[in-house]
Design a protein around this ligand. Structure first.
Ligand SMILES: Cc1ncc(COP(=O)(O)O)c(C=O)c1O
Length: 354
């Protein structure tokens, strides 16, 4: 008999919504009443369950804690005018999740659990999707190794979970960015393209050092020469050079293939703007800056959508930008927001109704 992958549901006794207003909540602090859980054992995923949001018990020898087989995703659902709830491009996140899983020697998650389970969970939590401008429901799927065993080998058991948090507008002040020339995030053949927890763990120290110097984030560079740019913190990076937009290519496997990145490239193509995905060197950027042609620098990611960069510091050189004049970045941000919030035509079918 084929097992049903429709989640079982155990409802919470009370809702935390009674004590919470969904307006201007800080990111990542307030979680909805329920979560989705599925376990993998004996080579197969079991039936997912939606249960009250609560702490989980883990064994001290749980392998994810020791050897880091742990991956995650991040995406958003929006309430459209009229009340319907739509998720932004979740099939892209599913595909990326399974690429991350393969790199970390973890089992793929079936679409029925990732997307089917997510839609069931959001239907149950519909009241948690904020109905204020620029608000959304942040979705965090994740998977970790659960074997109770200290041997270094791929775990034989895993847990997949989804938790949700309503969040307010994520307005980032224009960022000051430190171009990193010592620490590295990713190398060819490494895990840069995967959303593996360890990538973020390894970024904490260099980022803390950059913060201590007064910067907001680091821009990672290639591990050999520290000349070619990769990405910023939790964002892909774009440069407007004259009438062209340039962004590092995915071909080396060292940057995360952002869903926002791919969406902005499509929106730029829609407008007939040439986009070059290729190696981008700091020398080239400094030259363009010197010629007055480096007109806009911006980051792209789920959390902040499009975020403006006001300074790039590379050794003792500084490039500063007047973000008020960032016409293209602003238009991209507005278009993306319009589509996500159901205020603009969704020509590419990016919004999935729940
Ligand atoms: C390292 C890194 N790069 C880029 C991004 C942007 O990806 P996305 O647009 O899919 O959120 C993220 C955020 O998820 C990230 O963590």
């Amino acid at each position: 008999m084929v097992q049903s992958m429709t989640p079982t549901v155990l409802r919470a006794e009370a809702t935390k919504l009674a004590e919470l207003k969904l307006e201007n909540l800080p990111f990542g602090k307030h979680f909805t009443d329920h979560m989705l859980v599925a376990d993998y054992a004996d080579g197969a995923w079991g039936r997912p369950a939606i249960v009250p949001y609560a702490p989980i018990e883990v064994h001290p020898s749980m392998s994810a804690l020791h050897y880091g087989q742990s991956i995650f995703e991040g995406m958003k659902a929006f309430r459209h005018p009229g009340g319907a709830i739509h998720i932004f491009r979740p099939t892209e996140n599913l595909a990326r999740f399974n690429r991350s899983a393969a790199r970390m020697e973890m089992p793929p998650i079936p679409e029925e659990i990732f997307l089917g389970g997510l839609r069931e969970l959001i239907r149950l939590e519909a009241a948690w999707v904020p109905d204020y401008p620029d608000h959304s429901l942040y979705i965090r799927p994740f998977m970790f190794a659960t074997d109770h065993y200290l041997g270094v080998r791929p775990s034989e058991t895993y847990r997949f979970m989804i938790i949700l948090c309503p969040s307010g507008p994520f307005f980032l002040e224009p960022q000051r960015i430190y171009v990193e020339e010592h620490y590295v995030r990713a190398v060819e053949g490494g895990t840069g393209f995967a959303k593996a927890a360890g990538n973020y763990g390894a970024s904490m120290h260099p980022t803390a050092l950059a913060r201590a110097k007064g910067y907001d984030q680091v821009l990672w560079t290639d591990p050999v020469e520290h000349r070619y740019v990769q990405e910023i913190g939790m964002m892909n990076v774009f440069f407007r050079v004259g009438g062209t937009v340039v962004t590092p290519s995915l071909s080396e496997g060292t940057i995360l293939p952002g869903v926002t990145r791919s969406s902005l490239i499509t929106l730029l193509h829609d407008r007939g703007v040439p986009v070059e995905e290729r190696r981008v060197s700091m020398d080239e950027l400094l030259d363009a800056y010197g010629r007055g042609e480096l007109l806009e620098v911006f980051g792209a990611g789920t959390a902040a959508s499009v975020s403006f960069i006001r300074e790039l510091a590379y050794g003792d050189r500084r490039m500063t930008f007047e973000v008020d004049g960032f016409e293209w970045a602003r238009r991209l941000k507005d278009s993306l927001k319009g589509i996500q919030q159901g205020l603009q035509e969704d020509r590419h079918g990016w919004m999935m109704p729940v």
